[in-house]
Design a protein around this ligand. Structure first.
Ligand SMILES: [Zn+2]
Length: 167
């Protein structure tokens, strides 16, 4: 029998298949009731109404059943709201490698854009092209290939790319 936390942490995001739900930061808790053996998983959606959440719930139950925990309950918690700050460093690296621009980590002091008094840079200007690294990018559509991503285009290399919505 595989540890339930381990089994759930390995579930990949159905839309961004290179990243696990643990790396994406949407996996909040995995608890097993020692008396009943029932596993309760708590997740926080990346985006309200994100259709991928139904798939994630089903994937979690399937992973738990395969790991020897058929009795599972998946709870969705909206508070505190998921933020792109919850994406792990490994997750950010995987997103970048997959050509998805990871949102800037506002919590990491080292990578946060310097905001001097009077020069507050809008978040949209921080979106860099994952292909050539240019900051000359523009949002093409609020909805990219999925409801959780927005479609952007690079003005330097003219390539479109998905950008995770920064919430
Ligand atoms: Zn580019």
């Amino acid at each position: 029998m595989v540890d339930p936390r381990e089994a759930v942490a390995a579930v990949v995001d159905p839309e961004i298949r290179v990243i696990t739900i643990d790396e994406l930061g949407i996996l909040r808790a995995v608890e097993k009731d020692p008396a009943t053996g029932r596993v309760t998983v708590t997740i926080t959606p990346t985006y309200t109404g994100c259709p991928a959440m139904d798939v994630i719930r089903a994937d979690i139950r399937r992973a738990l059943a395969a790991a020897g925990h058929p009795d599972a309950d998946v709870r969705t918690v909206y508070s505190p709201a998921w933020s792109t700050d919850w994406i792990s460093a490994a997750g950010r690296a995987k997103l970048a490698a997959a050509g998805i621009a990871p949102p800037p980590a506002t919590r990491d002091a080292g990578t946060a854009p310097a905001t001097r008094a009077g020069t507050v840079v809008p978040l949209t200007l921080a979106v860099r092209c994952p292909l050539c690294g240019s900051a000359e990018t523009e949002q093409v559509s609020r909805f990219g290939s999925t409801a959780c991503k927005a479609l952007w285009r690079c003005r330097a290399c003219r390539e479109p790319f998905d950008h995770l919505k920064a919430l």
